[in-house]
Design a protein around this ligand. Structure first.
Ligand SMILES: Nc1nc2c(ncn2[C@@H]2O[C@H](COP(=O)(O)OP(=O)(O)OP(=O)(O)O)[C@@H](O)[C@H]2O)c(=O)[nH]1
Length: 622
């Protein structure tokens, strides 16, 4: 515990405030380090230190990933040391936790804006990974001071000498300046806290100017409504102020404000450089958007802090309840999730094969998976999702333009050009796998932009790739080709024209909408052949022959036949006893309920589920 009283929110001079974040590749130990700091600063006692304090949602804890950022205020007293260290005294450290995954890049960039320094944390047994670089570039763009740190030095497999050199080369310092810690055992963490005080610039802002605060996170709480996390840049925010959201002009009363340490601590005001939370009673995070600037309604600022971006979904998929009766529940669940997720969009759609469901928009595949997981887990729903697709811009010959988020909207008429979204991908891998990675990227229509050796045996490869190819099974393939060693990061980089077609799958001449896909003309044939073969396996024989076809418009590109049978379930128990016969008939009736009719063809629901489960939409976990 610190010997000096901690400075009060609202009256903390900005000269003793240090705002920092920790950036790292997934699993390099960011949450563990954050927990250790909470403990060492006395914010969380030994006993209540439950693992990963900052990852609040259960699902985050289970998956071990950080989705929502949080900020914690920690007092830290620098004791009398030698002159190498910071000035003795008590400081206020605000640690802002950032989400680590590519889907949440925008949230990361907003959290970074709220800081003056970033701890670049690297696993001493693994070295720099793709997200280390991606986050470092974001931090450098935000003009943050970088503090390079190696973690997990307690591991027998740690190689701090090698990776300190790598890290020093990357950030431009001497290898000796790279701090070494074990977040797990706590070794080196006190020194790190002192270094944070010493190296992080104090926030600069105009205390007398109109208030301006940056929203870097907002979360929905069932009891209290939306809790908005802000960093005050100029002026101050006071309890009962009327505040204004600068992007929309909406005004709200400040019902409560304060700081987090580690739970909410109410305050009367928060001032320049401080980080805290606000409650206005709004019920939907979309009214308090990350990246927006807050000012006061009266004599408020006229210029916002800039950088506000509306979150646009990049990946779409249909979500359908397996049991049609759950449609209403699914709608309710989506409504609830949206309260806490400004980036999630949905609208109802119907599919001949899957019934009633919703077309949902996500920031990326991980965002999609997490949403689906939460729907199933927190709301007890059983869902099928269609293969994810990206957003295409279609320009018709008559000059009209249309945005396609669903294969079923793909136009029939004369198309002049189709634009597909492109990403700039960074892949880091041991150099042994260069060949196989290049082959994969080529298959996925990638263009190599450049390649650099980070050390003797590790390379960084930069590609542009169509985003539509990445949302299929790119990540899975990359992992399996490199035995899990490669890491990937990507960011949206404009659009390009592409020769894309819609492939329909037909059962007895009837298109099955859930299986239509927009693919590159070169992969249309293989997609068609794969789906047709798969459905042949999955759909039981009927009393008539069923052709399964894949077609581009009217042109059939693949075909299989399911041969006819006369299905007589009683044939097997000829002469058998009547109760057994009845049981079989009952079972058949039960089965029928789960059948969907496509034209005259009965398709068991399971066949759709199985076909969709493997027709793309690769896993995005680590
Ligand atoms: N041996 C050792 N293990 C560590 C250390 N720090 C973290 N770990 C372990 O590394 C794993 C990942 O740590 P986390 O703190 O969850 O990693 P993270 O970077 O927060 O991961 P995300 O939240 O997914 O970005 C956990 O199993 C930790 O116990 C350390 O200093 N030494």
């Amino acid at each position: 515990m610190s010997p000096n009283p901690a400075p009060m929110p609202g009256s903390t001079p900005s000269s003793i405030i240090r705002n920092f974040c920790i950036i790292a590749h997934i699993d390099h130990g960011k949450s563990t380090l954050a927990d250790r700091m909470l403990q060492l600063t006395g914010v969380v006692g030994e006993r209540e230190a439950r693992a990963q304090y900052l990852d609040r949602m259960d699902i985050e804890r289970e998956r071990g990933i950080t989705i929502k950022s949080q900020a914690v205020r920690m007092p830290w007293t620098v004791k009398d040391g030698n002159e190498q260290e910071a000035e003795p005294g008590t400081y206020v450290l605000n640690m802002i936790d950032t989400p680590g995954h590519v889907d949440f890049t925008y949230e990361v960039s907003r959290s970074l804006e709220a800081c003056e320094a970033a701890i670049l944390l690297v696993d001493a047994a693994q070295g720099i990974e793709a997200q280390t670089l991606a986050n470092l570039y974001l931090a450098m763009n935000a003009d943050l001071h970088i503090i390079p740190v190696l973690n997990k030095i307690d591991l027998p497999s740690a190689n701090p000498e090698k990776y300190a050199a790598e890290l020093a080369g990357l950030v431009g310092c001497e290898p000796e300046e790279v701090l070494r810690v074990s977040a797990k055992s706590g070794v080196g963490v006190e020194e790190l806290l002192n270094e944070i005080v010493k190296q992080t610039p104090a926030p600069v802002g105009d205390a007398d100017a109109s208030a301006r605060a940056l929203i870097f996170d907002s979360v929905y709480d069932t009891y209290r409504g939306v809790i908005t996390y802000v960093r005050v840049v100029d002026g101050e925010l006071t309890h009962r102020d009327r505040i204004k959201m600068m992007s929309t002009g909406a005004t709200h009363e400040l019902l409560e404000l304060g700081v987090i340490s580690p739970e909410q601590v109410k305050a009367n005001k928060i001032g320049v450089g401080e980080v805290g939370y606000l409650i206005t009673g709004v019920k939907d995070v979309r009214q308090s958007r990350v990246g927006d600037t807050i000012t006061t309604q009266h004599s408020g600022a006229t210029e916002s802090l800039g950088g506000y971006k509306h979150p646009n979904p990049m990946v779409y998929a249909g979500l359908y309840p397996i049991d049609g009766d759950q449609f209403g529940d699914l709608r309710e669940a989506l409504e609830k999730l949206q309260l806490n997720d400004a980036a999630l969009t949905y609208e109802p759609e119907t599919s001949g094969a899957l019934g009633f469901g919703f077309r949902c928009g996500f920031l990326g595949l991980l965002h999609m998976e997490i949403t689906r997981d939460r729907l199933e887990r927190e709301f007890n729903l059983d869902l099928i999702s269609t293969a994810p697709n990206v957003v295409y811009e279609v320009i018709m010959e008559d000059g009209s333009q249309l945005e396609v988020t669903n294969p079923s909207e793909f136009p029939e008429g004369k198309i002049h050009e189709i634009l597909e979204p492109v990403v700039r991908a960074t892949i880091l891998s041991p150099s042994d796998y260069i060949g196989t990675i290049m082959e994969l990227c080529q298959q996925k229509r990638g263009t190599l932009l450049g390649m650099d050796y980070l050390s003797e045996d590790r390379v960084e490869m930069r590609y542009t790739l169509p985003m539509g190819e990445i949302v299929f099974d790119f990540f899975d393939q990359l992992k399996s080709r490199t035995k899990g060693y490669a890491s990937l990061d990507y960011e949206r980089k404009g659009d390009q024209a592409a020769d894309l077609v819609k492939v329909d799958i037909l059962l007895q001449g009837e298109p099955v909408d859930a299986f239509s896909a927009i693919v590159h003309r070169d992969s249309a044939y293989s997609y068609g052949v794969m789906m047709v073969a798969k459905l042949k396996e999955l759909i039981p024989r009927q009393q008539f022959e069923v052709p399964i076809q894949a077609a581009i418009g009217a042109r059939v590109i693949a075909r299989e036949n399911i041969r006819a049978i006369r299905k007589d379930v009683l044939a097997k128990c000829y002469g058998g006893d009547i109760s057994r016969k009845r049981k079989l008939l009952e079972k058949q009736k039960e089965g029928k309920k789960r059948m969907k009719m496509v034209g005259r063809v009965e398709v068991p629901q399971e066949a759709f589920v199985a076909a969709l489960a493997t027709s793309g939409g690769g896993e995005t976990k680590k």
